[in-house]
Design a protein around this ligand. Sequence first.
Ligand code: ZN
Ligand code: ZN
Length: 356
Amino acid sequence: MNYRCAHRWAFPSWGGALQERADELPAPMGAEVTIRVTHCGICHSDLHVQAGGFDMGGGKLSSLERAGTRLPVTMGHEIGGEVVELGPDAQGVKLGDKVIVYPWLGCGQCLVCERGDEQLCTRAMRNLGIQLPGGYADLVRVPHAKYLVPIGTLEPARAATFACAGITAYGAIRKLDPLDAEDAVAIIGCGGVGMTAVALYSAMSPARILAVDPDPAKREAALAHGATLAFDPNAPDALRAIAKAGNNNIAGAVDFVGSESSSSLAVNLVRRTGQVVIVGLFGGEFRMPLPLFALKSLRITGSYVAGLHELRDLVALAQRATLPQIPLDLRPLASVNQSLADLAAGRVVGRVVLQP
Ligand SMILES: [Zn+2]
Ligand SMILES: [Zn+2]
Protein backbone atom coordinates (compact mmCIF):
# COMPACT_ATOMS: atom_id res chain seq x y z
CA MET A 1 0.00 0.00 0.00
CA ASN A 2 1.21 3.51 -0.85
CA TYR A 3 1.21 5.52 2.39
CA ARG A 4 1.62 8.81 0.50
CA CYS A 5 -1.79 8.72 -1.20
CA ALA A 6 -4.98 8.92 0.87
CA HIS A 7 -8.30 7.77 -0.61
CA ARG A 8 -10.85 9.96 1.12
CA TRP A 9 -14.63 10.19 1.04
CA ALA A 10 -15.27 13.94 1.17
CA PHE A 11 -18.17 16.27 0.40
CA PRO A 12 -17.25 19.03 -2.08
CA SER A 13 -20.22 21.29 -1.21
CA TRP A 14 -22.24 21.88 1.96
CA GLY A 15 -25.09 19.39 2.11
CA GLY A 16 -23.67 17.43 -0.84
CA ALA A 17 -23.03 13.68 -1.03
CA LEU A 18 -19.58 12.32 -0.20
CA GLN A 19 -17.35 11.43 -3.16
CA GLU A 20 -14.17 9.39 -3.25
CA ARG A 21 -10.98 11.29 -4.09
CA ALA A 22 -7.25 10.59 -3.99
CA ASP A 23 -5.01 13.12 -2.19
CA GLU A 24 -1.24 13.00 -2.04
CA LEU A 25 0.34 13.17 1.41
CA PRO A 26 3.76 14.75 1.93
CA ALA A 27 6.32 12.88 4.05
CA PRO A 28 5.41 13.18 7.76
CA MET A 29 7.28 16.03 9.45
CA GLY A 30 8.14 16.64 13.10
CA ALA A 31 5.96 14.49 15.39
CA GLU A 32 3.35 13.75 12.70
CA VAL A 33 2.11 10.18 12.28
CA THR A 34 0.19 8.42 9.50
CA ILE A 35 -2.49 5.93 10.51
CA ARG A 36 -3.90 3.25 8.22
CA VAL A 37 -7.58 3.41 9.15
CA THR A 38 -9.13 0.05 9.99
CA HIS A 39 -12.31 1.38 11.61
CA CYS A 40 -14.17 4.69 11.73
CA GLY A 41 -17.44 5.21 13.58
CA ILE A 42 -20.21 7.37 12.13
CA CYS A 43 -21.44 10.04 14.51
CA HIS A 44 -24.75 11.90 14.47
CA SER A 45 -22.87 15.20 14.56
CA ASP A 46 -21.57 14.39 11.05
CA LEU A 47 -25.07 15.14 9.77
CA HIS A 48 -24.69 18.70 11.12
CA VAL A 49 -21.16 19.03 9.73
CA GLN A 50 -22.36 17.88 6.30
CA ALA A 51 -25.28 20.36 6.47
CA GLY A 52 -22.76 23.12 7.31
CA GLY A 53 -23.82 24.05 10.83
CA PHE A 54 -26.11 23.71 13.81
CA ASP A 55 -29.69 24.89 14.39
CA MET A 56 -29.32 27.71 16.93
CA GLY A 57 -33.08 28.23 17.33
CA GLY A 58 -35.35 30.96 16.00
CA GLY A 59 -34.45 30.04 12.41
CA LYS A 60 -30.74 30.82 12.96
CA LEU A 61 -27.99 28.45 11.77
CA SER A 62 -24.38 28.42 12.94
CA SER A 63 -21.98 28.25 10.01
CA LEU A 64 -18.87 26.08 9.89
CA GLU A 65 -17.79 27.98 6.78
CA ARG A 66 -17.93 31.36 8.57
CA ALA A 67 -15.96 29.72 11.40
CA GLY A 68 -13.19 28.86 8.93
CA THR A 69 -13.88 25.28 7.82
CA ARG A 70 -12.79 24.78 4.21
CA LEU A 71 -14.25 22.49 1.51
CA PRO A 72 -13.88 19.67 0.64
CA VAL A 73 -14.48 18.16 4.10
CA THR A 74 -13.47 14.58 4.94
CA MET A 75 -15.49 13.70 8.03
CA GLY A 76 -14.95 10.84 10.47
CA HIS A 77 -13.70 11.47 14.01
CA GLU A 78 -13.92 7.98 15.58
CA ILE A 79 -10.72 6.69 14.06
CA GLY A 80 -9.00 3.41 14.87
CA GLY A 81 -6.11 1.92 12.98
CA GLU A 82 -2.48 1.03 12.74
CA VAL A 83 0.61 3.26 12.79
CA VAL A 84 2.24 3.03 9.34
CA GLU A 85 4.53 6.09 9.12
CA LEU A 86 6.28 8.25 11.72
CA GLY A 87 7.74 11.73 11.48
CA PRO A 88 11.37 12.09 12.68
CA ASP A 89 10.31 13.42 16.12
CA ALA A 90 7.28 11.17 16.74
CA GLN A 91 7.67 9.37 20.07
CA GLY A 92 5.62 7.02 22.24
CA VAL A 93 4.35 4.80 19.41
CA LYS A 94 6.00 2.51 16.86
CA LEU A 95 5.13 1.13 13.44
CA GLY A 96 2.37 -1.50 13.64
CA ASP A 97 0.87 -0.23 16.93
CA LYS A 98 -2.91 -0.45 17.08
CA VAL A 99 -4.27 2.88 18.27
CA ILE A 100 -7.27 5.15 18.40
CA VAL A 101 -6.91 8.84 17.61
CA TYR A 102 -8.00 11.73 19.83
CA PRO A 103 -9.63 14.01 17.23
CA TRP A 104 -10.65 17.13 19.23
CA LEU A 105 -7.51 19.15 18.59
CA GLY A 106 -7.28 22.82 19.47
CA CYS A 107 -4.43 25.30 18.97
CA GLY A 108 -2.40 23.44 21.63
CA GLN A 109 -1.12 26.76 23.00
CA CYS A 110 -3.94 28.69 24.74
CA LEU A 111 -4.45 28.31 28.50
CA VAL A 112 -7.38 25.92 28.06
CA CYS A 113 -5.41 23.69 25.64
CA GLU A 114 -2.38 23.74 27.95
CA ARG A 115 -4.58 22.43 30.78
CA GLY A 116 -5.50 19.44 28.65
CA ASP A 117 -8.93 20.46 27.38
CA GLU A 118 -8.14 21.06 23.70
CA GLN A 119 -11.78 20.32 22.83
CA LEU A 120 -12.62 23.68 24.43
CA CYS A 121 -9.78 25.66 22.79
CA THR A 122 -10.32 29.42 22.89
CA ARG A 123 -8.43 30.12 19.65
CA ALA A 124 -8.39 27.81 16.63
CA MET A 125 -10.00 24.38 16.42
CA ARG A 126 -8.14 21.76 14.37
CA ASN A 127 -10.59 18.84 14.80
CA LEU A 128 -9.90 15.76 12.71
CA GLY A 129 -12.99 15.13 10.59
CA ILE A 130 -14.02 18.82 10.53
CA GLN A 131 -11.16 21.29 9.99
CA LEU A 132 -8.56 18.59 9.24
CA PRO A 133 -9.25 15.48 7.09
CA GLY A 134 -10.77 12.66 9.17
CA GLY A 135 -11.27 8.93 9.09
CA TYR A 136 -13.64 8.36 6.17
CA ALA A 137 -10.47 7.41 4.32
CA ASP A 138 -7.86 4.67 4.16
CA LEU A 139 -5.13 6.92 5.66
CA VAL A 140 -5.19 9.73 8.22
CA ARG A 141 -2.38 12.13 9.00
CA VAL A 142 -2.30 12.99 12.74
CA PRO A 143 -0.45 16.24 13.64
CA HIS A 144 1.30 14.81 16.73
CA ALA A 145 1.97 11.35 18.16
CA LYS A 146 0.63 12.43 21.58
CA TYR A 147 -2.94 12.23 20.22
CA LEU A 148 -2.66 8.45 19.75
CA VAL A 149 -3.95 6.08 22.44
CA PRO A 150 -2.88 2.40 22.23
CA ILE A 151 -5.91 0.09 22.50
CA GLY A 152 -4.14 -2.88 24.11
CA THR A 153 -6.46 -5.87 24.16
CA LEU A 154 -9.62 -3.94 23.24
CA GLU A 155 -11.63 -4.85 20.16
CA PRO A 156 -10.57 -2.26 17.51
CA ALA A 157 -14.07 -1.46 16.19
CA ARG A 158 -15.37 -0.78 19.69
CA ALA A 159 -12.30 1.17 20.76
CA ALA A 160 -12.72 3.50 17.73
CA THR A 161 -16.12 4.62 19.05
CA PHE A 162 -14.49 5.74 22.31
CA ALA A 163 -13.05 8.83 20.58
CA CYS A 164 -16.46 10.49 20.37
CA ALA A 165 -19.42 8.37 21.54
CA GLY A 166 -17.33 6.97 24.40
CA ILE A 167 -15.79 10.16 25.77
CA THR A 168 -18.91 12.24 25.13
CA ALA A 169 -20.87 9.78 27.27
CA TYR A 170 -18.05 9.47 29.82
CA GLY A 171 -17.43 13.23 30.07
CA ALA A 172 -21.16 13.90 30.59
CA ILE A 173 -21.86 11.30 33.29
CA ARG A 174 -18.68 12.26 35.15
CA LYS A 175 -20.28 15.67 35.68
CA LEU A 176 -22.99 14.06 37.87
CA ASP A 177 -22.49 14.00 41.65
CA PRO A 178 -21.83 10.54 43.11
CA LEU A 179 -25.25 8.94 43.69
CA ASP A 180 -26.67 6.04 45.73
CA ALA A 181 -28.84 3.08 44.82
CA GLU A 182 -31.96 4.99 45.99
CA ASP A 183 -31.28 7.78 43.48
CA ALA A 184 -32.28 7.69 39.86
CA VAL A 185 -30.79 9.23 36.74
CA ALA A 186 -32.68 9.83 33.50
CA ILE A 187 -30.74 9.25 30.28
CA ILE A 188 -32.66 10.95 27.48
CA GLY A 189 -31.90 9.75 23.95
CA CYS A 190 -30.48 6.25 23.49
CA GLY A 191 -28.68 6.48 20.15
CA GLY A 192 -24.99 5.55 20.02
CA VAL A 193 -23.86 8.10 22.64
CA GLY A 194 -26.83 7.75 24.99
CA MET A 195 -26.58 3.96 24.82
CA THR A 196 -22.88 4.17 25.67
CA ALA A 197 -23.78 6.38 28.64
CA VAL A 198 -26.31 3.81 29.86
CA ALA A 199 -23.69 1.07 29.60
CA LEU A 200 -20.89 3.08 31.27
CA TYR A 201 -23.08 4.54 34.02
CA SER A 202 -24.42 1.12 35.00
CA ALA A 203 -20.79 0.02 35.46
CA MET A 204 -19.80 3.18 37.41
CA SER A 205 -22.77 3.95 39.71
CA PRO A 206 -25.38 2.04 41.74
CA ALA A 207 -28.08 4.63 40.90
CA ARG A 208 -31.11 3.43 38.93
CA ILE A 209 -31.12 4.35 35.24
CA LEU A 210 -34.33 5.46 33.54
CA ALA A 211 -33.75 5.38 29.78
CA VAL A 212 -35.93 7.59 27.59
CA ASP A 213 -36.28 7.15 23.81
CA PRO A 214 -39.22 7.14 21.39
CA ASP A 215 -37.84 4.11 19.47
CA PRO A 216 -38.91 0.74 20.97
CA ALA A 217 -35.75 -0.97 19.58
CA LYS A 218 -33.52 1.56 21.35
CA ARG A 219 -35.49 1.19 24.61
CA GLU A 220 -35.09 -2.59 24.34
CA ALA A 221 -31.33 -2.24 23.76
CA ALA A 222 -31.02 0.21 26.69
CA LEU A 223 -32.70 -2.32 29.01
CA ALA A 224 -30.27 -4.99 27.81
CA HIS A 225 -27.28 -2.69 28.53
CA GLY A 226 -27.98 -1.60 32.09
CA ALA A 227 -31.11 0.57 32.19
CA THR A 228 -33.52 -0.24 35.03
CA LEU A 229 -36.63 0.91 33.14
CA ALA A 230 -37.25 2.52 29.75
CA PHE A 231 -39.88 5.02 28.62
CA ASP A 232 -41.33 6.55 25.47
CA PRO A 233 -41.23 10.36 25.89
CA ASN A 234 -44.16 10.70 23.46
CA ALA A 235 -46.49 8.46 25.48
CA PRO A 236 -49.40 10.29 27.14
CA ASP A 237 -48.40 11.40 30.64
CA ALA A 238 -44.76 10.37 30.06
CA LEU A 239 -43.37 13.02 32.43
CA ARG A 240 -45.46 11.83 35.35
CA ALA A 241 -44.79 8.14 34.61
CA ILE A 242 -41.01 8.64 34.51
CA ALA A 243 -40.97 10.82 37.66
CA LYS A 244 -43.06 8.22 39.49
CA ALA A 245 -40.79 5.38 38.39
CA GLY A 246 -37.92 7.40 39.86
CA ASN A 247 -39.83 7.74 43.18
CA ASN A 248 -39.77 11.51 42.52
CA ASN A 249 -36.09 11.22 43.33
CA ILE A 250 -34.41 11.77 39.97
CA ALA A 251 -31.13 13.44 40.91
CA GLY A 252 -29.78 13.91 37.42
CA ALA A 253 -30.93 14.02 33.83
CA VAL A 254 -28.51 13.78 30.94
CA ASP A 255 -29.95 15.00 27.66
CA PHE A 256 -28.25 13.35 24.69
CA VAL A 257 -30.78 14.84 22.26
CA GLY A 258 -30.49 18.56 22.99
CA SER A 259 -33.86 19.56 21.53
CA GLU A 260 -36.42 21.96 22.98
CA SER A 261 -38.65 19.09 24.11
CA SER A 262 -35.85 16.90 25.52
CA SER A 263 -34.25 19.75 27.52
CA SER A 264 -37.66 20.73 28.89
CA LEU A 265 -38.30 17.09 29.90
CA ALA A 266 -34.90 16.95 31.63
CA VAL A 267 -35.54 20.11 33.68
CA ASN A 268 -39.01 18.95 34.69
CA LEU A 269 -37.88 15.44 35.66
CA VAL A 270 -35.15 16.29 38.16
CA ARG A 271 -35.90 16.77 41.83
CA ARG A 272 -34.83 19.89 43.76
CA THR A 273 -31.02 20.26 43.75
CA GLY A 274 -31.06 18.11 40.62
CA GLN A 275 -28.46 18.35 37.87
CA VAL A 276 -29.24 18.63 34.18
CA VAL A 277 -26.41 17.94 31.73
CA ILE A 278 -27.08 18.94 28.12
CA VAL A 279 -24.98 17.11 25.56
CA GLY A 280 -26.98 16.62 22.35
CA LEU A 281 -26.73 19.09 19.46
CA PHE A 282 -30.14 18.55 17.87
CA GLY A 283 -30.75 22.29 18.14
CA GLY A 284 -33.32 24.90 18.98
CA GLU A 285 -33.69 27.18 21.99
CA PHE A 286 -33.73 26.40 25.70
CA ARG A 287 -36.65 27.94 27.59
CA MET A 288 -37.69 27.59 31.21
CA PRO A 289 -39.34 29.74 33.85
CA LEU A 290 -36.57 31.72 35.62
CA PRO A 291 -37.95 31.20 39.18
CA LEU A 292 -37.30 27.45 38.78
CA PHE A 293 -33.53 28.03 38.99
CA ALA A 294 -33.95 29.27 42.57
CA LEU A 295 -36.99 27.27 43.64
CA LYS A 296 -35.47 23.96 42.55
CA SER A 297 -31.84 24.99 43.21
CA LEU A 298 -31.21 23.60 39.75
CA ARG A 299 -27.82 23.10 38.18
CA ILE A 300 -27.68 23.07 34.41
CA THR A 301 -24.44 22.40 32.62
CA GLY A 302 -23.29 21.66 29.10
CA SER A 303 -20.82 18.96 28.15
CA TYR A 304 -18.85 18.79 24.90
CA VAL A 305 -16.89 15.60 24.11
CA ALA A 306 -13.96 15.40 26.61
CA GLY A 307 -10.21 15.82 26.96
CA LEU A 308 -7.38 13.57 25.79
CA HIS A 309 -6.79 12.58 29.45
CA GLU A 310 -10.41 11.37 29.66
CA LEU A 311 -9.95 9.25 26.52
CA ARG A 312 -6.91 7.62 28.18
CA ASP A 313 -8.97 7.09 31.38
CA LEU A 314 -11.80 5.50 29.42
CA VAL A 315 -9.49 3.11 27.55
CA ALA A 316 -7.94 2.09 30.90
CA LEU A 317 -11.41 1.63 32.45
CA ALA A 318 -12.53 -0.54 29.52
CA GLN A 319 -9.48 -2.82 29.99
CA ARG A 320 -10.10 -3.17 33.77
CA ALA A 321 -13.84 -3.64 33.83
CA THR A 322 -16.10 -5.60 31.54
CA LEU A 323 -18.37 -2.89 30.25
CA PRO A 324 -21.76 -3.75 28.84
CA GLN A 325 -21.36 -3.61 25.07
CA ILE A 326 -23.48 -1.44 22.82
CA PRO A 327 -24.43 -2.96 19.46
CA LEU A 328 -22.04 -2.26 16.58
CA ASP A 329 -23.03 -2.36 12.91
CA LEU A 330 -19.90 -2.91 10.75
CA ARG A 331 -20.17 -1.72 7.14
CA PRO A 332 -17.77 -1.05 4.23
CA LEU A 333 -16.45 2.52 3.87
CA ALA A 334 -18.15 2.81 0.46
CA SER A 335 -21.54 2.62 2.21
CA VAL A 336 -20.88 5.95 3.94
CA ASN A 337 -23.60 7.92 2.11
CA GLN A 338 -26.24 5.24 2.73
CA SER A 339 -25.11 4.91 6.34
CA LEU A 340 -25.45 8.67 6.94
CA ALA A 341 -28.95 8.52 5.41
CA ASP A 342 -29.87 5.61 7.71
CA LEU A 343 -28.62 7.58 10.71
CA ALA A 344 -30.61 10.67 9.67
CA ALA A 345 -33.74 8.54 9.37
CA GLY A 346 -33.23 6.99 12.85
CA ARG A 347 -32.74 3.51 11.37
CA VAL A 348 -29.54 2.74 13.31
CA VAL A 349 -29.43 0.93 16.66
CA GLY A 350 -26.09 1.44 18.43
CA ARG A 351 -23.18 2.57 16.27
CA VAL A 352 -22.26 2.15 12.60
CA VAL A 353 -18.52 1.56 12.19
CA LEU A 354 -17.05 1.81 8.68
CA GLN A 355 -14.18 -0.40 7.53
CA PRO A 356 -11.98 0.91 4.68
ZN1 ZN B 1 -19.05 12.55 17.25
ZN1 ZN C 1 -6.21 26.37 22.27
